[in-house]
Design a protein around this ligand. Sequence first.
Ligand code: ATP
Length: 432
Amino acid sequence: MKFTRLRLSGFKSFVDATDLVIEPGLTGVIGPNGCGKSNLLEAMRWVMGENSFKNMRGTAMEDVIFAGTTGRPSRNHAEVTLVIDNSGRTAPAAYNALDTIEVLRRIEKDAGSSYRINGKEVRARDVQLLFADASTGSHSPALVRQGQIGQLIASKPINRRRILEEAAGITGLYTRRHEAELRLKAAEANMTRMDDVMGQIEIQLAGLKRQARQAARYKNLSGMIREQQSIMLHLKWQNAITALATDEERLNASNARVTETSRDAVIASKAQADAAETLPPLREAEAMAAAKLHRLTVERDQLEAEERRAREQAERLAATLRQIAQDLERERHLMEDTRAALDRLSLEEAELRGAEEGQVEAQAQAGEQVEAFRTRLESRERALDDLNRDVAALVAQRQSLQQQSQAAVSRLERLERQLADLGRERDILTGG
Ligand code: ATP
């Protein structure tokens, strides 16, 4: 593998884009300590896929980005390109189309590294393999660090063997073997996982078989249920047909009844219209009858009150008559007593006349007594006459009241009859 150019940009102390041309023969880099000679070698190792930041003399891989100086600000990315001569077309088939192969590695802060071969993005592994196939790479013993020769002399035989194997060009085979071993391990892991998956699938298969059996049973039962449902639906259908026929008959009868009722309704409407025409005069008559009834009712109440009053007066007069009769009886008794007394006094007067002489004073006293009795008798007779007149007047008044009462009763009966007639008339009008 022949390197022709190393281009650096922002890598360690190479802040500006710098091209190191590697001509045929021996190329040397000369400079004072700390001028950046080792940085060039590190750039080659880095672009070949170096993963260890310790081998880059840093604390992190981002330390390879130019960190800035007092006069220049730091950069955010670093880029190194290694140009390889491929005019002999010895590169792997994927990169063998061109005369040169450009391998580029770029690192950005917080974004990590990316690789490109001839502008096409590739994995770090692809770049490492490209160099390993050519028996070189970031860990190639051909790239000798400062103090590494002494370290090599003092190293173990196995490390020396690596140098010999690299010289024999079988480093790539080792790398590939390692990869193949990794793939084999991955395949074994896959096989183990497949066994697990198979186990799970077998469990699932058993479950699915059980579900299939259940599904078959469900299908049989569903068929039976469908059959029974069909029979049931057929029976329901037949019942529905019978019910439909019955309902149709009932519908026809109902329609006939509806027609009949409609006819009756028309007649009733006509009658209602006629009645509505005759209603206003009837209502007027009803109002008049009601007014008349009210008037008659008031009149009846008045007559009843009058009758009540007449009855009470008649009762009072009857009581007075009874009282007068008792008084008359008593006066009669008194008159009889008075007549008896008069008779007795006449007798006494006659007796006294016989003894008149001696007894003139007694006769005078008896005469005064007789006079007094007579006066008293006359006043009693006047009172009796007055009473007889009063009695006659009362009797006449009682007869007149009795006549009035009878007239009122007969008028009341007539009014009650009229009232009953009016009530019937009103019932006829409102019932209608
Ligand atoms: P010596 O011969 O003593 O080994 P050298 O010529 O090989 O020296 P290097 O060790 O390659 O020099 O370079 C060291 C120089 O690179 C130092 O001056 C250091 O400041 C500078 N340097 C290293 N890393 C960075 C960085 N990330 N940014 C800026 N400068 C850097």
